[in-house]
Design a protein around this ligand. Sequence first.
Ligand code: ADP
Ligand code: ZN
Length: 635
Amino acid sequence: MTTLSVADSIADPIASEELLAVLRRYWGYDSFRPLQREAMEAIQAGRDSVVVLPTGGGKSLCFQAPSLVSEGLALVVSPLISLMKDQVDALRTSGVAAAALHSALEPRERDRVLDDLRQRRLKLLYTSPERLVGENGEILQRQVEAAGLRFVAIDEAHCISHWGHDFRPEYRLLGRLRERFPGVSLHAFTATATPRVQRDIVTALGLRTPEVLVGSFDRPNLIYRVWRRGTVYRQVLEVVKRHANEAGIVYCISRREVEALAERLQSEGHRALPYHAGLADEVRHKNQDAFANERVDVIVATVAFGMGIDRSNVRYVVHAGAPKSVEHYQQEAGRAGRDGLEADCILIYSPADIMKWRRLFALSALDAGAAVSAEGRDTEAQDTQLRQIERYAASTTCRHKTLVEHFGQGFSSTDCGACDRCLGELEGVEDATVLAQKILSGVARVREGFGAGHVIDVLRGKRTDKVVDRGHHELSTFGLLVDYSIEELRGYIEQLGEQGLLHTEGDRYPILRLTGEGRRLLRGEITCALVRQKAPPAKDRANRHGTPQRKGPSDTAGWEGVDRELFEALRAERLAIARERGLPPYVIFHDSTLRDLARRKPGTAAELLEVRGVGARKAEELGDRFLSVIRVFGH
Ligand code: ADP
Ligand code: ZN
């Protein structure tokens, strides 16, 4: 295997020119994203490849553009019907002859696709692994062969590997392609970084000295934050309000939490819907469609939600519960900002979540019959992954750096300008040791027999039934920290836990106890530091969006110079067009294109074509409508 970096690429200037022309004409883009050119040239050269680029890195263009440069058919294998539909809709809107074959087609539609295929009218055909290499795969194999199959692109290729986060048995069968089509090159695309998954892909597909292209895993436009969990609903609401009218995903661990949170958001007047595996199929689809079609802004979901979602203008992803692993976090948070524009990724963290996951894993291991030794290994792996999440949450270094290094890549910048650490959103607490002593003595005075909730009630001087019953309102620590909120005190208790001054015992009703170190702190033999979140910035409107001024290679200038009113008017026009055509709005134009329109305010068709994301077909079909909006609102 060879790994190529941008620096030592072997660009073929002529091929590049052709590809660029296609990029301009169909997509309205004037340059390649990192590694796109190399990935496209591997296809043009007929050389097998594995391309690993983060979500939003522009993987689909890597196989779409080459299909338009040469004769023959490109076959794209995709795991989900919704993904196929999205891409095919987007391609057709840009004037590319693409189609999909899947089980949701009406017989008439299917016949038309097969007819187009026979007549060699298609450049790209999307299909599922089952259909291509499953039991009756031979039929389709003959059809694509007859249609002049040139290369096969395998999207979401990590589904091949047990080590990926989304293993699909039917993907394993794709190994048959090599033998069946020895002369056709195979190209695997994934956002999953681990070398193990990459090796699995190469072996399972039987790739021959593939070009392996691994991009940077940093997502510079994502702003990472970790908040200690207080009243989770209020914290989520704060984010949702800050992003009024913008798309967001809120992840919860359990279905029950999903339902409760979705209801509360609705009751506050937000357009939110739930999504989890316990809902009837049709409800799930309906809710997912409502989100894709911008009829709702917020989806509250378990991790079951995501893979079929291509809405590119998701402006925030909040985790109201901790994800299972850093890989999952990267994947889930990565659904924000696929359009390259800034987006917020907030993990609302509590160590209680980690305990919750441990319990869930233990239960499912029991279910699966933990006697099998492989299961034992799984539990160990799961435990390691949970510890990595704990480490990410507690980390005092840059979040971008922590994430990128987790995936084995280096990160040189010392100030990313897009995480809570680098933005200085945490500050040291004055007299931390004294505060810690007060909290620890609160634990000691209730004889180390109660949980955090009760200790906090006593410290805040709350006469709850339990407090009075136990006579704890007579303790010297009663009301000692009356000015602190529950959230604050919880946060400090967690920090004391992380620093080994306190520990919790018991799973179902965890109680707080002092450690040896904690006793030393109480006696004044050692000191400690505590941090707190500064009041969240970016409350005011001007600051609302591009909170940080990115120093990194972000795609656009954010909201700089954008006429907001015009942007909203263009958005409304986009929505109207989408409704007329029965398509999701992001298929018409991305938000980045709308912003660019609202920044440059083109007046003529020629000026319109200068805007990034406006290709020839869209300019011709939709240009007038957007131009007239600009004429009316753009002053
Ligand atoms: P991935 O499949 O890697 O998650 P996509 O292929 O969906 O990413 O691309 C993400 C976004 O970036 C899409 O909106 C796409 O149109 C856009 N994009 C891709 N390539 C370019 C490019 N060369 N210039 C500008 N935008 C691009
Ligand atoms: Zn940072």
